[in-house]
Design a protein around this ligand. Sequence first.
Ligand SMILES: C[C@@](CO)(OP(=O)(O)O)[C@H](O)COP(=O)(O)OP(=O)(O)OC[C@H]1O[C@@H](n2ccc(N)nc2=O)[C@H](O)[C@@H]1O
Ligand SMILES: Nc1ncnc2c1ncn2[C@@H]1O[C@H](COP(=O)(O)OP(=O)(O)O)[C@@H](O)[C@H]1O
Length: 298
Amino acid sequence: MSVTVRVPAKVNVQLAVGAARPDGFHDLANVFLAVGLYDEVTVTPSPDGLRVTCEGPDAGQVPLDRTNLAARAALLLAERYGRDTDVHIHIAKDIPVAGGMAGGSADGAGALLACDTLWGTGAPRAELLDICAELGSDVPFSLVGGAALGTGRGEKLTALEVGGTFHWVFAMAARGLSTPAVFREFDRLAQGRDIPGPVASQDLLAALAKGDPHALAATVSNDLQPAALSLFPQLADTLAAGRAAGALTALVSGSGPTTAFLAPDAEAAATVADALRASGTCRTVRTAPGPAPGATVV
Ligand SMILES: C[C@@](CO)(OP(=O)(O)O)[C@H](O)COP(=O)(O)OP(=O)(O)OC[C@H]1O[C@@H](n2ccc(N)nc2=O)[C@H](O)[C@@H]1O
Ligand SMILES: Nc1ncnc2c1ncn2[C@@H]1O[C@H](COP(=O)(O)OP(=O)(O)O)[C@@H](O)[C@H]1O
């Protein structure tokens, strides 16, 4: 018997970052939107013990040892419920690696739900969310999907209402960016400045609730964008190419380097995608609607 779970990528429509905390994390007002780009995680009982395999264009960059977030999720759940981790975890990866779209987090949440289903642990949802938070700040959101405000380091979630479908274009870069390196660059750029506590924009939440792409485009923001651009200046060319092609707004997704473009409708999204492909400023281009559902057994 196997269990397969489908898990979405995310874009941060607002990422407000506070000052570094004593534990090295940053308090956030992180408005997540799940989008229709998915990894699929399949778990199968395996007589050879815990094993991870991965397929997809970025598979070569995914660690297959116990540092893989999917393996860590299986180990944490097994430890809490006294199970053996005799599973083969296979990841069919479509979310870019180290792209700021929470691909590793998606695999962590996916493996957790898949193992929970396979083992029939009956873990309460709150306990699964707790394990997700232990795995990483973004992992709880990968489990719930939709749209949510993440506070604390991004792990404390409040579900948000979304009044329509938003049409996104994503440009994947030639290389990845390390999330800790981008936060470190944020700290460096912030030196000597007063960093206000992060607060969600009420105008942005209203735009999401209304499902209005023009209002959303006018309110998106990402405090990590200057840091990502400082480490990867060529991203400015990708952002400019998408804007010139009619995107309502262009921003770096999370810590980057994937760039995200909001279009007024699906047809305009296809036009922006074609222009980005022709621009030669990125590796691949994908379109995806949001919101998308969270981790789901298929
Ligand atoms: C920036 C965001 C925005 O959604 O996503 P990505 O762009 O990486 O996808 C997240 O905050 C990433 O969350 P996640 O990738 O789960 O990070 P974690 O494993 O929890 O932390 C990795 C490292 O990032 C930094 N970090 C992360 C979250 C946070 N609130 N403050 C931080 O300073 C810390 O240096 C930490 O050691
Ligand atoms: N299942 C996984 N998929 C991708 N990366 C993983 C996974 N598990 C651990 N990692 C590690 O996490 C790093 C960040 O990957 P990822 O989650 O894709 O990026 P981001 O945090 O920018 O969204 C990778 O460089 C890789 O070393």
